[in-house]
Ligand binder design. Structure first.
Ligand code: AMP
Ligand code: MG
Length: 431
């Protein structure tokens, strides 16, 4: 079994408990909630060298065994002094008794009337609690004149100011990015426990699809969905299993679904869920597991299937996306991306942030469905504005390529006038 725990309830039981669940007119947020309620994250973990943990999901909390930094140290080049010595209202003179560099501490103790030359990162000498920056001081051999106006404790970085021994700094379920990699390294940790990479299988279905490298027959189109999926999945750090094109043929489809369920944790298919095609896929799904067929109140991307299928040696969550190339990308971003992150063990916020921008032009919209227009976010003086790319048809993949954001027009909203605020999701944030 490739998932953590088998729910005792069926998917149908889980989703039927959700408020306002209607498979034939399912609002986007309900579909998202229905998917989320059914997901069971992978349980397997592995230990990897820290560099290999980049882009992975932590399977352990990181609790520092040491303080970072380990000692109070100077934040500036200057002189370490005792705040008891430096006067706040007049200039004073101190005797320089030594020097401390980063990695080369001064081993004595500062007494009354004394100071130590320090460089940034140097351990604070005993007896000193304050650093006066060098630009403010006058130097006459070993006599250092300190001007008035110093504050006790200034320019000193406290031990443990970054990380404190015993206080957890990262939690299991967090993604490791560049900052986390550095943070783990700052603790001297060489190996961490991470979740096993999620395995995601996908294939395109359709009798009209030709694969790259074969000549196009009349009425055929090249399969582009497997390439957009490849690109989108790559950004998520999952293990990708590309199973090619599968014809609309029950025996071939069944074999493909069985193989995918045995090899992967999640399966993504495109095509075959629209009204004309869904019937035989439905029969097949009923045989292999439990899959729900939804009509989602959204545009593009109305039909979608979600469920779980199994074959003797394993089971996998299934995301049956529509065939239209733009609908594939939109439904992937709105439903599949977050679901895969959760399946991969992420427990921190995985949603794509929804920002606000000013609509530069009117947009047609009817209430009762969420629309994802492909948009261009641009700067106009002090303001960020957004306009839709040209043709918005769900077969016009160019609209995705020209866009740098989705314009999210929410369910209840009607026509948008120029100057109104609209929600946008940046595509660069859509890893
Ligand atoms: P379907 O959802 O299977 O009815 O497909 C809807 C539309 O998307 C049809 O025009 C298909 O030709 C097109 N389409 C389906 N799958 C792909 C694919 N893998 N690559 C490009 N276009 C596709
Ligand atoms: Mg089709």
């Amino acid at each position: 079994m490739s998932v953590e725990r088998e729910s005792s309830r069926t998917i149908a039981q889980v989703v039927s408990c959700l408020d306002g669940y209607d498979p034939d007119a399912l609002p986007v947020d309900k579909a998202r909630a229905a998917i989320r309620a059914c997901l069971m994250p992978v349980a397997d973990v592995e230990s990897v060298l820290i560099r290999q943990s980049l882009g992975r999901v932590l399977a352990q909390d990181i609790v520092p065994a040491i303080n970072v930094p380990g000692h109070d140290n100077s934040a500036m080049d200057g002189w370490a002094v005792s705040s008891k010595d430096v006067s706040f209202d007049r200039e004073i003179q101190l005797l320089e008794i030594g020097k401390a560099l980063a990695g080369k501490p001064f081993h004595g103790t500062i007494g009354a009337g004394e100071c130590v030359r320090v460089m940034t990162g140097a351990v604070m000498p005993q007896g000193a609690d304050t650093v006066v920056v060098q630009e403010l001081c006058r130097v006459d051999a070993d006599r250092i004149s300190i001007p008035p106006g110093q504050k006790a404790g200034q320019n000193v970085r406290a031990a443990g100011e970054d990380l404190k021994a015993g206080v957890p700094v990262l939690r299991a379920g967090q993604a490791v990015r560049a900052a986390e990699l550095g943070l783990i390294a700052s603790l001297g940790i060489a190996e961490v426990s991470v979740k096993r990479r999620l395995r995601v299988a996908f294939f395109s279905t359709g009798d009209e699809l030709a694969s790259i490298g074969t000549p196009l027959q009349e009425g055929q189109v090249y399969d582009s969905n497997r390439y957009t999926l490849h690109g989108m999945l790559q950004g998520l750090g999952v293990e990708i299993i590309d199973m090619g094109v599968v014809r609309d043929d029950p025996a071939k489809l069944e074999a493909a679904f069985r193989e995918a369920a045995a090899r992967a944790d999640a399966i993504i298919t495109t095509g075959g869920v629209s009204v004309g095609e869904a019937d035989f896929v439905k029969q097949l799904m009923a045989k292999l597991g439990e899959v729900l067929f939804w009509k989602i109140a959204m545009r593009p991307g109305r039909p979608m299937a979600f469920g779980k299928i199994g074959s003797g040696s394993g089971s996998a969550f299934l995301f049956g996306l529509p065939g239209n190339p733009v609908a594939v990308m939109v439904t992937f971003h709105q439903f599949v991306r977050d679901a895969l992150l959760v399946l991969g063990g992420r427990t921190d916020a995985v949603e794509i942030p929804l920002l606000q921008a000013i609509s530069a032009s009117p947009m047609r919209k009817v209430p009762g469905r969420t629309e994802y227009q492909r948009g261009i976010l641009f700067r106009d003086g002090a303001e960020w504005k957004v306009r839709a790319t040209g043709q918005q048809g769900s077969g016009v993949l160019r609209s995705m390529s020209e866009a740098n954001c989705f314009i999210v027009l929410e369910h209840e909203r009607g026509r948008v006038e120029a100057g109104e605020l609209v929600g946008v999701q940046l595509m660069d944030a859509l890893a």
